[in-house]
Design a protein around this ligand. Structure first.
Ligand code: URA
Length: 239
């Protein structure tokens, strides 16, 4: 439980500098419990605080944890160069709060992308020690053969990787489509593994992280949602 002044609360939620937030309040743009609050130094309990800015409702969140259905042609990097960044799909308050992707998907990869402003969550989720499986559906140029599946399960040697990398699980979904589950998150890993196994990835979608599925979240490409505690608990290594 902690009480904070309204200007600081708004600043922490990504509405701008403290001075700017004080102005927002003084100008009558902020309401709490249906009442306009014009005193920027008024203190409020932040836990569960609901407020609106320019009539848009917000809930105070100490940290933000979201899932985005990343569309193709968006970059995960902080300074995108060839395509717009994934942050452009989110409210600008999230950029101000330094929300970042947890790991990266290639610009042409679609699917489930976690984002947060909680550094320790990002670190934990990205750590190779964490072993959270990531499920991808890959479309291939050449047909998916039993040999390809076997190769990916046994392990393939990639340049600049000391040991072969293998899929935790791999199965054919269609003539030119397979499901591959990885526990590591190496650069271009699926594409490089498929290439090393003699095929070529023509499209890639991440459908699941841990036990959290894109399907259960019901997000269309470009849509995002906050993750609740139950959903966050699904981001775990397989039992
Ligand atoms: N593997 C890839 O090759 N690309 C991605 O975006 C994710 C995993």
């Amino acid at each position: 439980m902690s009480k904070q002044s309204l200007d600081r609360i708004l600043q922490s939620q990504g509405f701008g500098t403290r001075k700017w937030c004080a102005g927002l309040v003084a100008d009558g743009n902020v309401r709490i419990g249906g009442e306009t609050v014009t005193d920027d130094r008024a203190r409020f309990e932040t836990d569960g605080l609901e407020f609106s800015v320019y009539d848009e409702p917000w809930l105070f969140r100490e940290h933000i944890y979201i899932a985005l259905h990343k569309p193709a042609d968006y970059e995960c990097s902080r300074k995108p160069s060839h395509h717009p960044g994934v942050l452009s799909l989110l409210p600008e308050q999230f950029t101000n709060r330094d929300v970042q992707p947890v790991g990266r998907l290639d610009h042409d990869t679609t699917g489930l992308l976690l984002m947060s402003d909680d550094g320790s969550f990002i670190h934990k989720q990205s750590s190779p020690k964490h072993h959270v499986p990531k499920v991808y559906v890959a479309t291939t140029h050449d047909p998916v053969t039993p040999q390809l599946i076997e190769h990916l399960l046994k392990g393939v040697k990639l340049n600049d990787e000391p040991a072969p990398l293998s899929a935790v699980l791999c199965e054919k979904l269609d003539e030119q489509q397979l499901k591959i589950v990885l526990e590591q998150g190496k650069y271009h890993q699926v594409k490089r593994m498929l290439a090393a196994a003699g095929n070529h990835c023509t499209a890639l979608c991440r459908t699941q992280i841990g036990e959290l599925t894109l399907e259960a979240l019901g997000l269309d490409a470009g849509e995002w949602c906050y993750l609740n505690d139950k959903e966050l608990a699904l981001l775990k290594p397989l039992a």
